[in-house]
Design a protein around this ligand. Structure first.
Ligand SMILES: [Cu+2]
Length: 211
């Protein structure tokens, strides 16, 4: 009975959790129960890039909107981009400061800037990869195919509303505090670090069980 209940809970998690990409339109709905798609699979949840019926959204040439449907209580979000019609290398980061998102529901960012070195021509195909990560460090993936268009515009503020209760904080990469790295630990530093790591592992393990 316990095993059956656990399996039902696991299945409920598959259906209810993870995340969706509302804009640009994702390659396929990877949350549907009757697909073999799996958001744990890099780079695009197992959705191939050559589906004949997959949508391709016209997206502004200088960067546009991204709208996500987040189901977890908190998540880290990374957005990457690769050029081409069948992208295998997502070598541009659209989130040099990745997002620490608290709350679940709709998160819409009106205009995502492109990296300075990326200046696509009108009509260039590309794919945006959305990566989310939680406490365990393992990641979930979805992709949305776009065409850069000089005539395309960002979503209106009415179409790009973020649900109340959702906040996101871009995480700045910080230079290491030099005094902290050069300081000599008092007492047995290795033991202290080991204890902390064990405690951290335990917390993360519990988080996985509860996720
Ligand atoms: Cu989930």
């Amino acid at each position: 009975m316990a095993v059956k209940a656990f399996l039902l809970l696991a299945l409920a998690h598959l259906a209810a959790a993870h995340f969706g990409v509302e804009y640009p339109t994702w390659r396929a709905n990877t949350l549907l129960a009757n697909t073999t798609y799996n958001q744990w699979v890099y780079p695009c949840a197992g959705v191939p890039s050559n589906l004949t019926d997959s949508p391709r959204t016209d997206w502004p040439i200088a960067g546009g909107s991204v709208k996500l449907d987040l189901h977890h209580k908190w998540t880290y979000v990374f957005l990457n981009l690769g050029l081409g019609s069948e992208v295998t290398n997502f070598n541009y980061s659209l989130t040099p400061e990745f997002w620490n998102v608290t709350g679940n529901g709709t998160l819409c960012v009106p205009k995502l800037a492109l990296p300075a070195e990326l200046t696509p021509a009108d009509g260039t195909n590309a794919t945006i990869q959305v990566v989310t990560s939680g406490a365990s460090g393992s990641a979930l993936y979805n992709c949305a195919d776009i065409t850069f268009r000089s005539g395309a515009s960002a979503l209106s503020s009415g179409d790009c509303a973020t649900d109340a209760g959702i906040t996101y904080v871009p995480i700045k990469q910080q230079a290491t505090n030099s005094s902290a790295t050069t300081a000599t630990p008092k007492g047995n530093g290795a033991t202290i670090a080991g204890v902390n790591m064990a405690a951290l592992s335990l917390v993360m393990g519990l988080a996985v069980l509860l996720a």
